[in-house]
Ligand binder design. Structure first.
Ligand SMILES: [Zn+2]
Length: 256
């Protein structure tokens, strides 16, 4: 549970339903949680790199939308942690659900034969969720719903993982799993061990670490899905590196 007392500051009284293990307005008077705010920047930069690569190599639009949704999510998270206001909390949490719906689309649509029914359903679902979430505070309900959506993705992600045997996509999958596991450990530690962590000379800022790890996690998952999709389409995907950062390069067959 949050250990530090709620401190009102530049953005007024704190109205968000969750708080993290970081002292409010301790670094700058205009930013409620400094480290939890700036830690979203690496994820946004990685998503921009992914977006530029997707457009440059003419991947299907769904991947550009996926990278864009990561950018929106990062900006929403910055607004939320900088202000700790309820409205901004929605701008963090609603894109989290939208991004998960997009993952469901990317993962399941290649096998879906009725092309327009799935996106229509997901758009209606995402819109209804946004409206309901703006009216009600689902604190535990939000978490359960989010985990439920993630669990829907899991079997198909696992299927792709099995099919990626012997390909460089495996490396992306392992980086995805590693960042996810480390991220969840940081998130849980920040939430449950705050009083102990705060007694350290330096607070390890578990929630900020979670943001950084999730930025890499989204990048690796999107690259992994791009690799798998390029294989389905016979685009001969390769894993290349840019300053140590893996990305997917494709060579599409020339039209006859
Ligand atoms: Zn956060």
């Amino acid at each position: 549970m949050a250990y530090f007392p709620k401190v009102d500051g530049y953005w007024g009284p704190i109205t968000s339903s969750t708080e993290w293990c970081e002292c409010n307005y301790a670094v700058l008077p205009y930013i409620a949680e400094f480290y939890n705010t700036i830690s979203n920047i690496p994820g946004i930069i990685l998503a921009i790199i992914g977006l530029v690569n997707s457009i440059g190599q003419r991947f299907e639009k769904r991947f550009s939308v996926l990278h864009l949704s990561t950018i929106v999510l990062g900006i929403g998270s910055i607004l939320f942690h900088a202000t700790l206001q309820h409205v901004q909390q929605q701008s963090d949490e609603t894109p989290m659900v939208w991004a998960m719906l997009l993952y469901i689309y990317v993962l399941y649509s290649p096998d879906w034969h009725y092309t327009s029914t799935m996106p229509t359903f997901l758009i209606i679902y995402g819109t209804i969720f946004a409206v309901l979430h703006s009216q009600f505070r689902f604190v535990l309900g939000f978490l359960i719903h989010y985990i439920f959506l993630a669990l829907i993705c899991l079997p198909r992600m696992y299927k792709y993982y099995i099919h990626s045997k012997g390909t460089p996509a495996r490396r992306l999958a392992h980086l995805y799993i590693l960042t996810l596991v480390l991220g969840v450990i940081c998130w849980v530690a920040d939430l449950t061990l705050c009083s102990r962590l705060s007694s350290f000379y330096l607070n390890p800022q578990g929630h900020a670490l979670w943001h950084v790890l999730m930025g890499f996690n989204s990048y690796f998952s999107n690259a992994f899905l791009q690799f798998c999709r390029a294989q389905q389409l016979n685009w001969s995907p390769q894993l290349c590196y840019f300053w140590g950062l893996p990305y997917v390069k494709v060579s599409k067959p020339k039209p006859e």
